[in-house]
Every structure is written in C-alpha cells, then in structure tokens.
Write a protein that binds this ligand. Structure first.
Ligand SMILES: Cc1cc2nc3c(=O)[nH]c(=O)nc-3n(C[C@H](O)[C@H](O)[C@H](O)COP(=O)(O)OP(=O)(O)OC[C@H]3O[C@@H](n4cnc5c(N)ncnc54)[C@H](O)[C@@H]3O)c2cc1C
Length: 416
C-alpha cells in the first residue's frame, strides 16, 4: 500500500483497525455471515479501541479526526468483513446529520454516546414506495402540542433494531412534497416505534436490515434537525459527507479479496507451476491492484479536502453555539456533492470488478462458501446500491457538472 501522506496518528488508526480486523473479525466472520446474527462481541472490541468516535470532535467525546479518519477505520474493518464493519458506518450516518444540522444541545445530547459506541446509530429514509425518489416519502409527522406524532413504515434500515438512535425522515406537510419532509432523531424505546420484517440478504449478512414501523409515535419537538421542511436538505448535506464511507467500505472489501486471492494463487499449482506465474493471471492481479490504489487515492484526497473546511466550521459552531451547516454556509464552503458521489461510484464499481476477478483467479474454490473470497463478492454488491444507487450517483455528478458549467466555475484556476 502506498503512503498517501497519512500523518503518524492516521497511520496508528490504520494499524489499530487493521489489527482488530485481522484478530477479532476474521476468526468469526464466517459464523456471522452464516447465522446473520449481530456480532455484539466484536462491537465491544470496537468500543474498547474507541473506533466509533475517530471522526467526531473531542468536545463530544471523539478523537477529533474527520471523514478521512472515519474512512481509514471503515476501510480496514471492511478488509476483514464489510458486514461487521457496517455498524461503524451507520453510526456515523446517524451522527453526521446531528453534527451538521443539530444545535449545540442536540450535539451534546446525542454525539457523546455515538462517539463512545455506548449507543449505535442508524439512518432511515427509504420506504417501500420511496427508494431512489425520496420525495415520495409517505411517513407523516403531525405536530400535536410539543410533540410530532409519527406514522408510517420505513424499510431496509441497516443496523436496524440493534441501533439506539435513528435519524428518520417524515413528511410534516404532504402538500409541499419535497419541501414538506423533515428530519428527526427518534430513540429506540419511544412508544409507537416498533420493528417489522428482518431481511435475508445476499451479502453484508452480519448487518441486520429491518423494517421500522411507527404507529402514533410521539417524538418531542426538540428532536427536529434543522427546521421543519428541511429534511431533504439534511439528507443531501449528510450524503455529501457520508458517501465516502461507502467508498471506504468498498475499498476495504476489494483489498481484503485481493489479500486472500494472492495468498492462494501464490501456492496453488497447475501445469507444474503456481497460478500466479501465469501471465493471464498476473495481468488480472496488476489491474486489481492498480484500481484499488486509484480508488484509495481518490477517497483519501476528497476526504482530506472536505475535512479542512469542515473542521474549521465545527470549531466555529461550537464557539458560537450555531449549526455547523450554517457556519459552512457563512464560510462559503464548497459543496462536495459531486466529489463524494464520484468516490462512492468509483470505489464501489471498482470493488465489484475486483472481487469478481478475485473469484475468477481462484477458480472453483473461489466460488465455495468455505473459502473467503466469494463472500467479498457478495458483500461488494451492496456498495453499488445503498446511499443512492450508482445510477443516482451518475445523475448527481452530471447535474453538478451542468450547474458548474452554467456558473462558469470550470474556468476558475485549480487551487487544491
Ligand atoms: C442491504 C441494504 C441496506 C440498506 N440500508 C439502508 C439504510 O440503512 N437506510 C436507508 O434509508 N436505506 C437503506 N437501504 C435502501 C437503499 O438506499 C435503496 O435500496 C436504494 O437507494 C435504491 O432504492 P430502491 O431499492 O427503492 O430502488 P429503486 O429506486 O426502485 O431503483 C430500481 C432501479 O432503478 C434505477 N433508478 C431509479 N431511479 C433512477 C433514475 N432517476 N435514473 C436512473 N436509474 C434510476 C436504480 O438505480 C435501480 O437500478 C438499504 C438497502 C439495502 C439493499
């Protein structure tokens, strides 16, 4: 692996997450893949090593890193198992909207428990009739005194049931369509919040995927993030910072598959020589390694650029008791929609190609359940689907390109 200009602290994070992946995840990943149980014992290891809070500010119990530190952790854990690693990423998917759009009180209330891993987080926007098109949200939230009364069904929620805090999107004004959707934090145990079907899946089977059911669930007004009607703005603002996490998961899955494949093809012999000595195989090895390094370079550079402004905005928001997102606006900070979509798109397409090629390089054994490579291929597939399918990522990238062209931004000199 290239150096990529990581600091000593960041290299320590990589080493720590790598070790946990190899020592604590690898020995049990097959069990959790087969049983589809949630790996509570491994999550305890993540907590002990403070892996949940690497990207959160110290003021809320985090390590003070940013998106890059989160990506490093998710990459190394996913290198061992993309399903077990996912609970770290979904907790971030809950924490990021609170960090960006929460008030100081809300940040203090929810972030420390997410940073320590005492509580796990989840994010639930998808519904049976609202997948790629979140504007079709049917769940409703009706104001009644100091509470919103939530009714509706959410589906495909990762880390469902085991998570404690859920960032949920519901319509507070169905007549206003996209502008009527509002983001809430809903805590498990709130009366009227229950769990429906648990999904059986192709991959990431250690991560529970649940249907959530809300029946007259009363959520305090103080749990609204940003403002009423700003839900889709919250979702998009979150994805700008969370999609690199999916990229990191994909990257780790690809690297893990190549690690296992290399170990096998160096010793497996046919025609009197090792598989790795055939030029056809060597070209596949070279292509896999090159694509992985290209993905890593894109992921790390986008995260590093995003973190610069984000960290400054966080400190201002803490000082001024304002919203981080408002501080980013005041700073006229860059929107990262295009770049984060590019990271997610490139890393996940890369992971699907690399893991498929790894199965091919291993031959028949690569297809078997008791050999670890086929699981990487199954796990890779989801990274092309969630947090917006790769068709949606391409739509967003193209839309941003057209907007930038219209605003002549492409004529500006390159500064970073
Ligand atoms: C295992 C798993 C875990 C998940 N975890 C979560 C979670 O934690 N929280 C959450 O909220 N959601 C979660 N999801 C939901 C996921 O984000 C959605 O499945 C995804 O956004 C796609 O929505 P959909 O499944 O309804 O597909 P659809 O929107 O029905 O899309 C079907 C196909 O049409 C294509 N398509 C749709 N619209 C367009 C368009 N405009 N242009 C081009 N192509 C288009 C899609 O790319 C796709 O290929 C999860 C899903 C899975 C499978």
């Amino acid at each position: 692996m290239m150096d990529h200009g990581l600091t000593e602290e960041q290299k320590d994070i990589v080493r720590l997450a790598y070790e946990i992946g190899q020592k604590k995840i690898k020995p049990v990943r097959e069990h959790y893949d087969q049983t589809e149980e949630f790996p509570h014992e491994v999550v305890e290891e993540f907590k002990k090593s403070d892996l949940f809070g690497v990207y959160l500010p110290e003021q809320y119990g985090g390590f003070g890193g940013g998106d890059l530190e989160l990506a490093l952790v998710v990459e190394q854990l996913s290198r061992a198992c993309g399903g077990i690693a996912l609970c770290v990423a979904t907790s971030a998917l809950c924490a990021i909207p609170v960090l960006l759009f929460g008030t100081e009180e809300q940040r203090k209330k929810w972030l420390p428990d997410l940073a320590s891993g005492r509580k796990l987080g989840a994010f639930t926007i998808t519904e049976p009739e609202a997948g790629s098109d979140a504007t079709s949200t049917r769940a409703t939230a009706k104001l009644d005194g100091n509470h919103y009364v939530i009714n509706g069904v959410k589906n495909f929620c990762s880390t469902g049931k085991v998570a404690d805090n859920y960032v949920l999107f519901a319509s507070t004004n169905p007549n206003r369509g996209a502008r009527g959707i509002t983001a809430f934090v809903v805590e498990k145990g709130t009366p009227g919040f229950g769990f429906g079907k648990k999904e059986t899946k192709m991959g990431i089977r250690a991560s529970p995927t649940y249907e959530l059911v809300f029946q007259n669930c009363r959520v305090p007004k103080e749990n609204v993030l940003a403002k009423e009607g700003y839900g889709l703005f919250v979702a998009q603002g979150t994805f700008d910072y969370s999609r690199p996490g999916v990229g990191a998961q994909a990257l780790g899955i690809a690297q893990g598959a190549l690690d296992e494949t290399l170990a096998y093809i160096r010793v497996r012999k046919q025609f009197g020589t090792t598989i790795s000595s055939f030029q056809a195989i060597q070209h596949m090895m070279a292509d896999c390694a090159t694509q992985i390094e290209a993905a890593r370079a894109l992921l790390y550079s986008v995260c590093r650029a995003m973190d610069k402004e984000l960290k400054a905005a966080i400190q201002k928001a803490i000082q001024n008791k304002t919203l981080v997102h408002d501080e980013l606006d005041n700073m006229r900070a860059q929107r990262w929609t295009k770049e984060s979509a590019m990271v997610k798109l490139f890393c996940s397409d890369m992971a699907m190609k690399v893991t498929t090629d790894c199965v091919q390089m291993c031959g028949g054994i690569g297809y078997m359940r008791d050999f670890p490579v086929e699981k990487y291929m199954r796990d890779a597939k989801i990274t092309q689907i969630y947090e917006g399918t790769n068709q949606i990522q391409r739509n967003e990238i193209a839309m941003m390109m057209i907007k930038e062209k219209a605003s002549k931004k492409n004529l500006e000199p390159v500064t970073a």
